[in-house]
Write a protein that binds this ligand. Structure first.
Ligand code: ADP
Ligand code: ZN
Ligand code: ZN
Length: 764
């Protein structure tokens, strides 16, 4: 029998993770030991017995065999916070692929290695008169920096220290000299014990509506009877979901349990945060990406010690080390940001469900436009479905006009604004009401469509849009499918109607702003897109300027349709609804429906009724039709048929194997080798890209598609390739991942990297 060895980490802290110690596995434990197991090992010179965790198992001895120690035993019994975290990391590693160490780094907070973050302010200790005389003196001595600081101190009694050295450009030395002169004092306070401090009043607990109460009762009675479950709450914005969340959280807190509330993006959900703070005071805390590692660690410590009951944050908040979680809520569960983009590419939804299982907690997913995955599972009975149908604050859904841009062109309107949108814009401007123009720029890159008939160039095998690649030597562009690698030359005229307008809608927000100003001289505009919101402040600034009535029209991309309420907006124009329909991605329809539904929902939130104009080249597309009607169920019914027919998630599972390489040929060769290893080991019932669509019997089995260059084939001189495996069984995909991980270990490649993406949110 060959020897087996285990890599064991003995101190579970972020910075020790990179140094596992190797131990021999004694025969009696060979069968029982698994990655993630908690073990006892002799450690150090005195062979003190310590608790450790197995992060890897293998047959290669990496240490002097004569001095190698043996694992003593497996620890069983009581599950602590730490063990649960390790178990969760093990689950993440198994289900999404990565090393155990990478997975542990996801679930464990980095210890604070930096000095406690201080917040320093400079305070004036002399009166104005004395400062004035010091000012006169430094003027005479031409001490300009000191002069600037004193000038500032005349205006205000205390100044943040970073301001002094940053904005005012005053050196620490100068500050010291003033300190010695007794003019100022540096005061330091520990920053952000709790990142949000609140002075406001406690929010009143509301009486729940009947529909809301029923939800709370059912979730709590399942929980109390020892059967916590998974629930999907489908309810339009304003239907009272957040109110339900808060009530459930307080029920859990009453029972001595803690709650984790996941939200997609702190900046977009400020209003929700405030409501939680108002309700739960300092028993709630937030985690967000602005916090330093030290501050994050503080929040985790507070959770561990029981100082808080509720944490709100993005997907990483899931790993808050609460002793006894009772409920995990995931608001806007359809959002793409719940999927990690770095390896391990875990999805917070599935991971939340596993974490809840480990804790014996309930899971509540909420959305106005649920992901196809969740709705599918609700339909198949895996989750329980709740629906909230009415807006509690009144406010009607807006009236929607769908405008066919092909018809506009045919009738001689070449402007990017349809005649209906022009008419309604003019009307709002004359009444002094606000409008939003939304440019759906997702998938702006690449796809090719006809402005005359709306025809979109699609892959004959995958039913997703082809992407344009720059012209090669021949001068003619190439269209490519990023699932299967299918290619064809870009046509010069539309293959359907023969028109030469085969380039689609290509305007950016800046052009839209210019055209708007040409059409309506004097119109006041604000623009919000990636360019105008480089900093966090600018985002807030634009929003508050618009809310404050400083502009008539807000023009922007995705970010303007999420989260924020604009009570004075009565018109929303969607400039080209189908731009996002044509991304080379099987989720294109779903994402378009979500964006359009959100965009349309921006109009008429206040007292005045709203209207929305959806401009599109594909007015008949079901994602457009159902978004215009604000009807999720009918959208779902059509979309799921497409997914089932094509074998896309959630009807099947899909694994993207992503290959990164410095050398193009070697990357390509590796991608092909890995795909063929997969084909050899798991019979390929389906067909690769060159052939026709697989028949229904073949779809039941496994299908391998590609490899193909990634949609962005090279980033920073690293070449990227990808192939896809579709299968009904998730576990088969996990086996494939394991096989390929082994294969990569055998090859010991230095310049190539492989990553796995299960049920990817985007094409790579
Ligand atoms: P959602 O989270 O679905 O957008 P909210 O919970 O924010 O919905 O509720 C929308 C509005 O209705 C809020 O202003 C909220 O205060 C109010 N509201 C919610 N539930 C009730 C209730 N039971 N009675 C009165 N007002 C309510
Ligand atoms: Zn055409
Ligand atoms: Zn294809």
């Amino acid at each position: 029998m060959s020897e087996w060895y285990a890599d064991v980490i003995v101190d579970i802290s972020h910075e020790k993770l990179d140094r596992p110690f190797q131990y021999r596995i004694p025969d009696r434990l060979k069968e029982k030991l698994e990655t993630g197991a908690c073990v006892t090992v002799p450690f150090g010179n005195g062979n003190k017995l310590l608790k450790g965790y197995v992060v890897g198992i293998g047959t290669v001895c990496k240490y002097d065999p004569a001095r190698m120690k043996e694992i003593q035993g497996i620890v069983r019994g009581e599950v602590g916070v730490e063990d649960r975290m390790i178990a969760l990391a093990g689950w993440i590693r198994r289900n999404y692929g990565s090393t155990m160490i990478q997975a542990l780094k996801v679930v464990l907070p980095a210890k604070r290695t930096v000095k406690r973050l201080e917040h320093r302010t400079l305070q004036r200790t002399l009166g104005r008169e004395e400062i004035l005389s010091l000012l006169g003196e430094s003027r005479r001595k031409k001490q300009v920096a000191k002069e600037r600081l004193l000038q500032e101190l005349l205006e205000q009694e205390s100044i943040p220290y970073e301001w002094v050295t940053g904005k005012l450009g005053v050196s620490a030395q100068t500050v010291k000299s003033l300190e010695r002169a007794g003019a100022v004092r540096v005061v330091s306070t520990e920053a952000f014990r709790n990142p949000v401090s609140l002075a406001g009043t406690r929010e009143q607990k509301r009486n729940l509506s009947e529909a809301q109460s029923r939800i709370v009762e059912e979730v709590m009675s399942d929980f109390d009877s020892g059967h916590p479950d998974i629930y999907l709450l489908h309810g339009i914005t304003g239907s009272g979901k957040t109110e339900v969340y808060m009530r459930l959280v307080s029920e859990m807190v009453k029972r001595g349990r803690q709650a984790i509330v996941l939200i997609p993006e702190i900046a977009l959900t400020y209003q929700t945060l405030l409501r939680f703070f108002n309700r739960f005071g300092d028993r709630v805390s937030i985690l967000n990406s602005n916090l330093s590692p030290g501050e994050k660690y503080d929040q985790c410590e507070r959770a561990r010690k029981g100082e808080i009951d509720v944490i709100i944050g993005p997907r990483s908040a899931l790993f808050t080390p609460f002793p006894n979680v009772g409920l995990i809520i995931m608001d806007e569960e359809h959002e793409g940001s719940y999927k990690s983009e770095a390896s391990p590419k875990y999805h917070a939804r599935e991971t939340a469900i596993e974490a809840a299982r480990l804790h014996g907690a309930s899971v509540l997913l909420g959305s106005a436009t649920p992901s196809l995955e969740s709705y599918y599972r609700a339909e198949t009975g895996e989750y329980k479905l709740f629906t909230l149908k009415e807006r509690l604050t009144g406010g009607q859904l807006p009236r929607v006009y769908t405008i066919d841009l092909r018809k506009e062109l045919k009738e001689g309107n070449r402007s990017i604004f349809s005649r209906k949108l022009q008419e309604l814009l003019a009307d709002r401007l004359s009444k002094g009401e606000q409008s939003i123009l939304f440019l759906n720029r997702r998938g702006y890159a690449g796809f090719v469509s006809c402005r005359s008939c709306g025809h979109v160039m699609k892959c004959p095998h995958c039913d997703v849009s082809l992407s344009e690649h720059s012209a090669g030597r021949t001068g003619q562009g190439i269209l490519m499918c990023h699932y299967c690698g299918y290619q064809e030359p870009k046509p010069k005229t539309c293959p359907k109607c023969g028109s030469k307008y085969i380039n689609g809608f290509k305007a950016g927000t800046q052009q839209i702003e210019e055209k708007l100003k040409e059409m309506f001289p004097g119109v006041r505009t604000l623009r919000m897109d990636g360019d105008t919101t480089r900093t966090k402040d600018s985002y807030e600034r634009i929003l508050s300027a618009f809310t404050g009535g400083e502009a008539d029209v807000l023009i922007g991309t995705q970010m303007i349709v999420k989260g924020h309420d604009f009570p004075k907006v009565t018109l929303v124009g969607v400039l080209a609804a189908d731009l996002s329909l044509s991304v080379g991605d099987y989720r294109a329809g779903e994402k378009t429906f979500q964006l359009l539904t959100q965009a349309v929902g921006r109009a008429g939130r206040g007292e005045l009724p709203g209207e929305a104009v959806i401009q599109t080249y594909q007015p008949e597309h079901y994602a457009v039709v159902h978004a215009a009607a604000q009807n999720y169920e009918s959208f779902y019914k059509e979309e799921i048929i497409f997914r089932e027919m094509m074998g896309y998630p959630p009807a099947a599972h899909m694994l993207a194997v992503q290959i990164f390489a410095k050398n193009q040929e070697r990357g390509q060769a590796l991608a092909e080798a890995l795909a063929s290893v997969t084909r050899r080991n798991f019979q390929d019932n389906g067909r690769s890209g060159e052939q026709d669509r697989p028949g229904p019997e073949e779809q039941a089995g496994l299908q391998i598609i590609g490899p193909a260059p990634a949609s962005i084939g090279r980033i920073n001189d690293i070449f990227r390739f990808v192939f896809y495996v579709k299968c009904m069984k998730y576990d088969t995909l996990v086996q494939i991942k394991d096989l390929l991980e082994e294969e990569m270990q055998k090859r010991q490649l230095a310049d190539e990297l492989v990553q796995f993406d299960f049920n990817p949110m985007n094409t790579m």
